[in-house]
Design a protein around this ligand. Structure first.
Ligand SMILES: C[S@@+](CC[C@H](N)C(=O)[O-])C[C@H]1O[C@@H](n2cnc3c(N)ncnc32)[C@H](O)[C@@H]1O
Length: 393
C-alpha cells in the first residue's frame, strides 16, 4: 500500500456509515473530555487570543467531528461566567481529514451545531468552522497560528504500510497476518515500529511549527500493552480472511479439481474467493504503540513538553448500551453485530480496495460477527487507549 493510501471511513449517513457507527469513538472522546477542557482552558487563559484557533485532526464524517469544539466552547464560556468576565469569545475550528473524507456529511450537521450555539450565546458569532483536507503527516496550518490541537483514534494510522515486510527474495515476513500478532516474527514488529517512529516524529515537527508557544495538544490513540502481541481487533479480521482462503481452497479442490484457469475465475466470483497471496500481501497501515514507544518519540523530538500520558482500557462493546433499548442489552448476537458494524464502517473501504469484488462484504462481516461473539466469550479482549497531553515549548 503506497503513501497516502489510507482509506477514509464509510461515507454518508446510511446504515453502514461511520456517522451511524461511531458510538465507540464517541465514548472514547467523552472519557477524555476533562483533559481536553483543562488543556484548552490553560491555553485560552495563558495566551488570551482574540480568536482561539483549534483543530481536530482526522475528524472523519461522524457526529464526533464537532464534539471537541463543543466541549471547549462550553468550558470557556462557563469559566468566563464564573469569573464574571464579559470578554468576547471567538473560536475558529479547523476540521482536518484526508481529502477523500466525506466532509459534506459534517457540513450538513453544521446548521444544528450553530443553532445550539445561538441558544447559548444569543446571536454572537462565536464559532467559525472550516475544513482542512490533507494529511496530518504534512503541514496543514501557517506558522505559529494554532492554539489547541486535538486528535482522537486517528494517529495510529500510519502514512503507509511499512516497507520491508517482504524480503528482497520476495518472502512475505508476516504470512497469514494483516497486522502484528503473536505469531509475527521480530522483523515485522520492528518494521512497523520504525514506520510509527518516523511518522509520529514528522507529525510532531509539523505541529510544532504550526502552534503558538504554550499551545496544547491532546492526542488519543489506540495503543498496546506490549508491542509484539498487541491483541488487536485486526487479528480477528485476519482470522476471517484466512478462513475464507482455506475454506474456498477446500471448496475448489472438491468441486473443481479438474478446472482450468477460466473456471477458477468463475469460482472466484461465485464463492467470493480471496487468494492466499492477497492476504499475505495485505498489511494494514496502522500501529498501536505502547506507552513507552510513544513517550520515546516525544522525548527524542523535544518540541513539546509531555504534560500527561494516561492509559485507559475500554471493552470492545463500549457504547453498545447507548445504541440499544434496555431490553436488548443481554443479546450476544446484537453485541457482536454492534462491534462488527463499527469495524465495517472503518475497514470496508480498505478491504474493498485490497480484495475487490472477490470479497463478498456482507458475507465477510456476517462471519466476522460470529468470530467476534466467540472471541468475546473465550478471550479477554479490550482496547488500550493512550491519551497524550503536550504543550509547545
Ligand atoms: C477512526 S476515524 C476517527 C475519527 C474521529 N476522530 C472520531 O474519533 O470519531 C480515523 C480518521 O483518521 C483519518 N486519517 C487517517 N490518516 C490520516 C492522515 N494522515 N491525515 C488526516 N486524517 C487521517 C481517517 O481518514 C479517518 O477519518
Amino acid at each position: 500500500m503506497e503513501e497516502g493510501q489510507v482509506f477514509p471511513m464509510n461515507s454518508g449517513a446510511g446504515k453502514a456509515s461511520y456517522a451511524n457507527n461511531s458510538l465507540l469513538q464517541k465514548t472514547v472522546i467523552s472519557k477524555v473530555r476533562a483533559t481536553v477542557e483543562d488543556s484548552a482552558l490553560e491555553v485560552y487563559f495563558k495566551t488570551s487570543p482574540e480568536s482561539m484557533r483549534i483543530a481536530d485532526l482526522g475528524c472523519s464524517s461522524g457526529p464526533t467531528a464537532l464534539s471537541v469544539a463543543s466541549y471547549i466552547l462550553d468550558a470557556i464560556l462557563f469559566q468566563l461566567k464564573q469569573m464574571n468576565q464579559k470578554k468576547p469569545l471567538t473560536l475558529q475550528v479547523f476540521l482536518n481529514d484526508l481529502p477523500g473524507n466525506d466532509f459534506n456529511t459534517v457540513f450538513q450537521s453544521l446548521s444544528s451545531f450553530y443553532e445550539r450555539l445561538k441558544k447559548k450565546k444569543k446571536n454572537d458569532p462565536i464559532c467559525f468552522v472550516m475544513a482542512v483536507p490533507g494529511s496530518f503527516y504534512g503541514r496543514l496550518f501557517p506558522n505559529n497560528s494554532m492554539h489547541f490541537i486535538h486528535s482522537s483514534y486517528s494517529l495510529h494510522y500510519l502514512s503507509k504500510a511499512p516497507n520491508g515486510l517482504v524480503s528482497e527474495t520476495g518472502v512475505t515476513h508476516n504470512k497469514g497476518n494483516i497486522y502484528i500478532t503473536k505469531t509475527s516474527p521480530d522483523v515485522v514488529v520492528k518494521t512497523y515500529l520504525r514506520q510509527f517512529e518516523e511518522d509520529f516524529t514528522v507529525f510532531l515537527r509539523c505541529r510544532s511549527e504550526e502552534m503558538v508557544i504554550g499551545g496544547c495538544m491532546v492526542l488519543t490513540m489506540m495503543g498496546s500493552a506490549i508491542s509484539n502481541d498487541p491483541k488487536h481487533m485486526l487479528e480477528i479480521v485476519g482470522r476471517v480472511l484466512n478462513d475464507l482462503v482455506s475454506q474456498v481452497c477446500g471448496t475448489i479442490t472438491h468441486l473443481f479439481s479438474f478446472v482450468i484457469y477460466f473456471h477458477i475465475n468463475i469460482a472466484k466470483i461465485i464463492f467470493g474467493i480471496i487468494e492466499e497471496k492477497s492476504v499475505d500481501n495485505f498489511n494494514v497501515p496502522a500501529y498501536c504503540p505502547t506507552e513507552k514507544e510513544a513517550r520515546k518519540v516525544i522525548e527524542e523530538d523535544g518540541s513539546f513538553r509531555l504534560q500527561k500520558l494516561e492509559v485507559f482500557q475500554l471493552p470492545w462493546d463500549a457504547g453498545f448500551n447507548e445504541s440499544k433499548g434496555k431490553n436488548d442489552i443481554n443479546n450476544k448476537y446484537d453485541r457482536g453485530k454492534y462491534i462488527s458494524d463499527y469495524i465495517r464502517a472503518v475497514l470496508e473501504p480498505i478491504l474493498m480496495k485490497q480484495f475487490g469484488e472477490s470479497l463478498i462484504i456482507d458475507d465477510f462481516f456476517e462471519r466476522f460477527t460470529q468470530k467476534i461473539i466467540e472471541s468475546i466469550a473465550n478471550e479477554n479482549w479490550h482496547y488500550v487507549n493512550l491519551v497524550i497531553s503536550l504543550t509547545k515549548n
